[in-house]
Design a protein around this ligand. Structure first.
Ligand code: MRU
Length: 438
């Protein structure tokens, strides 16, 4: 890490080449949705004309806001593995920049291919990482030297920009659902969320939290239940984000959600996703599946928000197929917090001899999910449904999306794409918003 600990305001001031950074005009302010300490901020942004990227170090939050600056593929791989950057779309964006830096660094084709593989494998569950690396590689294929570096950088920038657009669109769709609940009940909408799927987990806005930010802009009152999300405590990031944004929220222990749903204290559940199979099965932070089971039992609508880049069209189902990351035992045995002197300290909560298994994600079957909110609309899921058929059908034949699908998953997916009814299944009575033609 190059500039770990560089002060936040300084880091912000240094980002002079990015017209949107610093003291933004109201117009720019609308593009940069989040402010911390009265400064615009994002999950990641480029600096030095694309030579480096900056991002908040998420291993220090919410206790300290420190901005990292990195300019090599190796440093970004380390940041992804250590979870200084985390959350599926942000891992994708960081992976795209790592691939762009690699295109600048690699001296031989062999070095390039080996490096791309290392980036794509830095974390296994969030498919956005592989998607982004492929996309940068495809954009710069056949080029060399400065031309390759420039094209790869442009592709990384485009990935980041399209993440923002997608998240904003996701937010619009989910805000409509929040609004509907508000109009029906006439009181603040009580929303439960797990892990962190806010701006910190993306380039901007977030996925699950984007709808809350858009609903806030519309003046809809909300109260948010925030799961702690052991062992990495990403719920603390969510609580920090929401508090900074002025949305009322309450931190709860991971196991409290079931009781709250049973007692009628939750109107909606919204979570993000790390990988979604073609049938709508969703991999997300461990604990999501239990929330979905409780929601089903209590009749609480359970939504997943994710960009289409999180859908793995090469996977027919998720429960048996999605690779689930297992991380180090120390994430379970030790915990970070503020010590008596105000410093961030780590304390041990389980013995060094304790047997530990640290499963980082779980898979929620499609049948438990009310709808998947994407930038292309909301897709109803259910056993046997093919929720994303319309996305594939609606994209133009020569679009990037179709070419990637053709290259990476057409063979596997052809039966699913063409053997199903044109109608998006609506087996659970959820009205799907069909994607618009591109
Ligand atoms: O291990 P993490 O913190 O990277 O896992 C993050 C999650 O599971 C998020 O819920 C998911 O990536 C959605 S991010 C918008």
């Amino acid at each position: 890490m190059n500039a770990s600990g560089c002060g936040f305001p300084d880091a912000i001031r240094q980002c002079t080449d990015n017209a949107l950074m610093g003291e933004a005009s109201p117009e720019q302010g609308r593009k940069w949705r989040m402010k911390v300490n009265n400064q615009w901020i994002r999950g990641i942004w480029s600096d030095d004309g694309g030579k480096t990227v900056c991002f908040p170090d998420q291993t220090k939050l919410p206790f300290r806001l420190e901005i990292c600056r990195e300019g090599t593929s190796d440093a970004l791989i380390r940041a992804i593995k250590s979870m200084q950057v985390r959350g599926a779309p942000l891992i994708g964006a960081a992976g795209a920049w790592a691939a762009a830096f690699l295109c600048r660094e690699a001296e031989t084709e062999e070095e390039l291919q080996e490096g791309l593989k290392r980036i794509a494998e830095a974390r296994p569950t969030a498919v956005n990482l592989q998607w982004a690396v492929r996309r940068v590689a495809a954009a710069s294929e056949g080029l060399s030297g400065a031309a390759r570096a420039a094209r790869a950088q442009k592709a990384a920038e485009e990935i980041c920009e399209s993440d923002i657009e997608s998240n904003r669109a996701i937010g619009g769709y989910f805000a409509a659902i929040i609004e509907e609940v508000y109009r029906k009940n006439g009181r603040p909408v009580r929303i439960l969320t797990h892990c962190n799927a806010g701006w910190l987990a993306t380039v901007d806005y977030g996925t699950a939290l984007s709808g809350l930010y858009v609903a806030q802009e519309k003046g809809i009152p909300m109260e948010v239940w925030v799961d702690e999300t052991r062992p990495r405590m990403q719920g603390l990031l969510t609580e920090w984000e929401l508090r900074e944004a002025g949305i009322p929220c309450t931190l709860i222990a991971d196991n409290a959600g079931g009781y709250l749903m049973q007692q009628g204290e939750v109107d909606l559940v919204i979570v993000g996703a790390d990988r979604i199979a073609s049938n709508g099965d969703v991999a997300n932070k461990v604990g999501t599946y239990l929330k979905a089971l409780a929601a089903k039992d209590c009749g609480v609508p359970f939504y997943v928000a994710a960009p289409v880049s999180t859908v793995d069209f090469s996977m027919a189902e998720g429960v048996k197929s999605i690779p689930v990351e297992e991380r180090s035992r120390s994430e379970v045995t030790d915990i970070s917090g503020i010590g008596p002197d105000g410093d961030v300290i780590r304390v041990q909560v389980a013995g060094r001899e304790t047997a530990v298994r640290n499963i980082a994600f779980d898979i929620t079957p499609a049948r438990l999910i009310t709808g998947i909110v994407t930038e292309k609309g909301i897709f109803a899921t259910g056993a046997g449904d093919r929720p994303f058929m319309a996305i594939i059908r609606s994209s133009p034949k020569n679009s990037y999306f179709q070419s990637v699908c053709r290259k990476f998953c057409l063979v596997k997916m052809r039966p699913l794409w063409f053997n199903n009814s044109r109608k998006i299944s609506n087996s659970r009575g959820v009205s799907s918003m069909l994607p618009s033609e591109e």
